[in-house]
Design a protein around this ligand. Structure first.
Ligand SMILES: [Zn+2]
Length: 465
């Protein structure tokens, strides 16, 4: 007789995290389906409510589930998404510790299985927990919604006074409005941004911060949709603003078009993304390219003569970048990296040995030259003796060159936690270098469902170290 698997289903309502309409009923329904598909018995459904202010930090149902697992009454845990299970990485370590003692290895989410009994599964779980913890630390969904509502109602978004308006961000300052209109007309008539900046500076008109004008400040005044009476939110115009316009929406469009022409004709570095060149299509193996569709950055497989991919795979950039960055930082602190470091130590020994050979060969060449200069050997003898030494030097040099590509890891291994704290402040090229030091590439597999939610199981990293 087959033993019955007694599964625990865990669901949590929270105001953080991604999902829209991720009500507890939907979570439970999806989890029940998993149990049914596998022929597991749902021993109990544990539900916590994290929204209620009274819930505080405690999750009574979660704690009860842990007790039942520890008591040996559960064989598997099903959650909608692992970010429902733990809110902080330390909770995951506690959870997996209890599971290990109780012999529970199966943690199943709607998107995929995690085998808590092996290193790969634990690695996956750790990355997911780290990403979830970061997410819940962000501005709450409620605040975001409030900001969006304000924007849609055309209300100002607070902050410092915009040039052209009073502190209330609604009343027009006529003298400044006149300056804005003049700047717009003259720019559209073809005057350069540099000339306009000198003009406004010469007029003795202060910026709102009382600082000097730069071309970038003038440009940002003219680019801002608010001067055309439009309210933008996260870079997208959401509707008419409640304050009066200083220039017409038509002029605003003309200004944007003029700026775009300028940018296209001028020097412009191609937009580069964190994972450019590091992602591969799970359908065809081609490299994925970055692309903006609507207002969302994506990595896509591109078809056509220049790219030659299948064109059938795409993934939203933000969550993949965040997942990979976390995975790399965790990887840097893993035992596998310690092994890689040991490999590096061996490489360092080889490096010293080769360097010593090189030095001794070069010293010998010098001795020969001195012998010849002192007429101890003939020109012919000198030449004959030189050739094998020079061949050796050539070889040693080449081997040294191959070894020295190994130095990018110094200062990184074992320092993932420290890097995490500063990650956002590192510039793109430094972030790219850190990721490139351990990640060879990552394959993005096709989406299993049509849903818009991010599925971390689509990412299959291939580590170089
Ligand atoms: Zn493809």
């Amino acid at each position: 007789m087959v033993e019955t698997v007694r599964a625990a289903i865990y669901a949590r309502i929270s105001r953080d995290v991604t999902g829209e309409g991720l009500g507890v009923e939907r979570q439970l329904a999806d989890c029940r389906k998993i149990a049914a598909d596998r022929g597991w018995l749902v021993a109990e459904e544990y539900v916590d409510n994290d929204i209620s202010a009274f819930a505080g930090k405690r999750r009574p149902s979660y704690e009860r589930m842990l007790e039942d697992i520890a008591a040996g009454q559960r064989d598997a845990v099903i959650v909608y998404n692992t970010d429902r299970l733990t809110r902080r990485p330390i909770e995951l370590e506690q959870f997996t510790g209890i599971c290990e003692v109780a012999g529970v290895r199966q943690l199943v989410a709607v998107t995929g299985d995690i085998d808590l009994g092996n290193d790969d599964g634990m690695f996956m779980a750790r990355v997911l927990a780290a990403v979830a913890a970061k997410e819940s630390g962000r501005k709450s969904e409620r605040l975001k919604r409030k900001a969006r509502e304000n924007a849609e109602a055309g209300k100002p978004n607070g902050g410092i006074r915009p040039f052209g308006y009073e502190k209330d961000q609604i009343t027009v300052v006529e003298s400044e409005a006149a300056v804005i209109r003049q700047l717009a007309e003259r720019y559209l008539a073809g005057e350069s941004m540099g000339s306009l900046t000198r003009w406004i500076q010469d007029q003795g008109i202060p910026t709102v911060a009382g600082a000097a004008w730069h071309t970038s400040t003038v440009r940002s005044v003219l680019r801002n949709p608010r001067i055309a009476g439009l309210r933008a939110h996260n870079g997208v115009i959401v509707g008419p603003a409640m304050w009066p316009a200083i220039i017409s929406p038509e002029q605003h469009r003309q200004l944007l078009a003029a700026f775009a022409r300028k940018v296209n004709s001028g020097r412009r570095t191609p937009r580069s993304y964190l994972l450019s060149g590091m992602l591969r299509c799970g359908n065809c193996g081609n490299k994925l390219f970055s692309a903006v569709r609507g207002d969302t950055r994506r990595y896509v497989c591109q078809s056509g003569p220049d790219h030659g991919g299948c064109g059938r795979l795409t993934i939203v950039a933000g969550p993949v970048e965040e997942w990979i960055a976390e995975a790399v930082l965790i990887r840097l602190d893993s035992p596998a990296m310690a092994d890689a470091l040991a490999g590096r130590a061996a490489a360092d020994d080889r490096f010293s040995a080769l360097s010593a050979e090189l030095q001794s060969d070069q010293a010998q060449l010098k001795e020969l030259a001195e012998e010849w200069a002192a007429k101890g050997i003939s020109m012919l003898e000198w030449k004959a003796a030189r050739e094998p030494i020079e061949a050796r030097i050539y070889n040693t040099d080449r081997q040294l060159g191959q070894l020295s590509g190994n130095s990018t890891l110094s200062g990184l291994v074992g320092n993932g936690d420290g890097l995490r704290a500063n990650w956002e402040s590192l510039n793109l090229s430094r972030q790219v270098a850190i990721i490139g030091a351990v990640l060879d590439y990552a394959t993005i597999t096709p989406a299993k469902t049509r849903g818009r939610e991010f599925d971390p199981f689509r990412i299959v990293p291939t580590w170089s170290r």
